[in-house]
Design a protein around this ligand. Structure first.
Ligand code: FES
Length: 470
């Protein structure tokens, strides 16, 4: 065994792993793509968000259930196991449910058999367990360490708190007066794409000019970092805001600590979440969004050299993912599903990256244990000769769609939100400009900026307000 590797146990096997990565990436590198199964149909689930925001990577670690392994560092001697070896009624019932799924659409129990009350009670009691109650493997002794209470500290109050340290948050912080605190989950300011932009700028040795969308994003990042450094705002790394209490309270988590903070005004710059989209097989293991890719490659050191990676979509994240993967030696298959990226398409063709246009993603399916297959159909409105359906297989697929604005804490702070599909999610009512704002219940001013306001970065014509592609 390489002396730099550590060993973990996974369901009876010994796996050699890099020590400086997460359990999810270590499993991926050892050919384990399926981390869990959905409780209802038993569908396989692989790493999805890589940031502790979903349930796809819940596993049992050293006997402790429900551990999110996408953020758990590898440690030699760990015992890791899938925890959902059977659904409540077993695999046979899962299969039957799967066959009859059209009869039980998502949320059907909110609409059907609701009256009279006794029918509803009976219905929920008998049917609902089918939809989401799993069964853990036989109980094992849990580690005997006593439960520790998270320490809670109070950070006092600041005049302005900026939640999110990407370019939009840094720009807002540089403009704000008084004591300004920027909270961000990452260790350095710059946001979710910063490490990827800096890596491709360095690894292409100034070649970003071929991709104007990347050059513009990198320039903006540099400017925002410089302005922020020149100002007096403070950056708090590794800080995740987990709750808001109106009128002016925030609860933060930093490692194992909980912290409280009060603010005079708040800038919500929390960015957006990956959205894979609606198509058959959109939960197949082996498919991630670009933000998860950046984390797995740059935070966790996932080596995709020599791997077949399919990148589908458009926008800044599409070109950033493709360039990052090319720099790291992946075998690319690119499918540009948007129009309006002629300069970048020409640069990709010059680089001899296999590239397709005029297609849309029609479905995904897992192939064997470690591959994924994309089915691409001709876009109806495409000019020219009719294309036929295309299938391509890869070790990983990265789906680059416009992100979904994060809004949960803003909602908890009392902001009234309405669904605005053209901006990709729930946003404060009355949105008509690029930045949104108003007064929270209790009188504290707030602003929403950047992707959290539904503004898509790096649209082909950045002089226009960024427009979402439906
Ligand atoms: S929480 Fe781990 S992949 Fe989403």
């Amino acid at each position: 065994m390489d002396k730099d590797l550590v060993q973990i146990r996974f369901e009876g096997k010994t796996l050699d792993c890099r020590p400086d990565t997460t359990v999810a990436v270590a499993l991926w590198e050892n050919g384990v793509r399926v981390l869990s199964h959905s409780p209802k149909y038993g569908s396989p689930r692989g790493v999805t968000c890589a940031r502790g925001q979903c349930t796809a990577c819940l596993m049992r670690v050293d006997g402790v259930p429900n551990v999110r392994v996408c953020e758990l560092p590898v440690r030699g001697g760990m015992e890791v196991a899938r925890q959902d070896t059977g659904a409540f009624y077993g695999p046979a019932m899962q299969k039957s449910l799967s066959l009859g799924s059209a009869l039980f659409p998502v949320g059907f129990y909110y609409k059907w058999f609701t009256k009279p009350a006794w029918v509803s009670r009976y219905f929920l009691k008998t049917i609902r367990p089918l939809t989401g109650v799993g069964r853990l493997p036989a109980a094992r002794a849990l580690p005997s360490a006593p439960a520790t209470e998270a320490a809670t500290r109070d950070l006092g109050s600041v005049e302005t708190v900026v939640i999110g340290g990407g370019p939009s948050g840094l720009e807002a912080a540089a403009r704000a007066g008084g004591r300004v605190l920027v909270l961000d989950e990452n260790t350095l300011p710059g946001g979710q794409r910063a490490a990827a932009l800096q890596a491709v700028a360095q690894e292409t040795r100034g070649g970003l000019g071929r991709f104007p969308v990347l050059a513009a994003a990198h320039e903006r990042l540099d400017r925002a970092l410089a302005d922020f450094a020149a100002g007096g705002a403070e950056f708090r790394p590794g800080s995740r805001v987990i709750a808001g209490y109106h009128p002016d309270g925030l609860l933060l988590r930093e490692g194992g600590d909980l912290l409280t903070l009060r603010f005079g005004s708040v800038v919500w710059a929390a960015g957006a979440l990956d959205v894979l989209g609606l198509f058959p097989g959109n939960d197949a293991p082996g498919m991630i969004g670009p933000r998860a890719l950046y984390r797995m490659v740059l935070r966790d050191g996932l080596d995709l050299g020599g791997r077949r990676v399919i990148v589908i979509g458009g926008g800044l994240d599409f070109w950033l993912s493709a360039t990052l993967l090319a720099c790291r030696g992946a075998h690319l298959s690119l499918v540009v599903t948007e129009t309006g990226w002629q300069t970048e398409v020409s640069a990709a063709v010059d680089h001899k990256w296999p590239l397709h246009t005029g297609l849309v993603l029609a479905g995904m399916s897992a192939v064997g244990g470690t591959s994924i297959q994309a089915t691409l159909a001709p876009r109806r409105s495409s000019p020219g000769p009719k294309l036929s359906e295309l299938r391509m297989e890869g070790d990983l697929a990265v789906i680059c769609n416009p992100g979904k604005p994060a809004y949960d804490v803003l909602y908890q702070l009392g902001s009234e939100l309405v669904l605005q599909p053209e901006r990709g999610g729930y946003l404060p009512a009355g949105a008509d400009g690029s930045d949104l704002g108003g007064i929270l219940p209790g009188g504290r001013p707030f602003r929403v900026v950047g992707e959290a306001a539904g503004i898509r970065p790096g649209s082909p014509d950045s002089s226009l307000p960024e427009v979402r592609h439906p």
